[in-house]
Design a protein around this ligand. Sequence first.
Ligand code: SF4
Length: 112
Amino acid sequence: MPEKEMLEIINSHREGILQSEIRKLMEIDSKKCSRIVNKLMKEHLIRREDELAEGRKTYRLFPIGFTGPSERHLKLIANGIFSPCTGCDLECYPETCYRLNGWVLAVIAEEA
Ligand code: SF4
């Protein structure tokens, strides 16, 4: 089962692993890889963060290696994205913050 295989790979990389690396390891195309990643995030089994690799936007996938997020933390995770305001030290303009906007869109997508 590809979901189980991907989860095992991610769980063995506590420091995170690039989505493109997983795709190569599993020898699957990017569409299938994205579908599996989204499923695992929706089940709160992994989380992902944006990352630039060789000038291209990609994702680093991290295990959520404890028994599961608490109810309180689940409210801060949308589609595998943790609330960007947590620990943020940027000058804050919430109306135009792309990080916050991205997270709000993830909340809306998850509830749809
Ligand atoms: S709204 Fe944006 S800038 Fe403000 S705390 Fe949240 S992530 Fe940081």
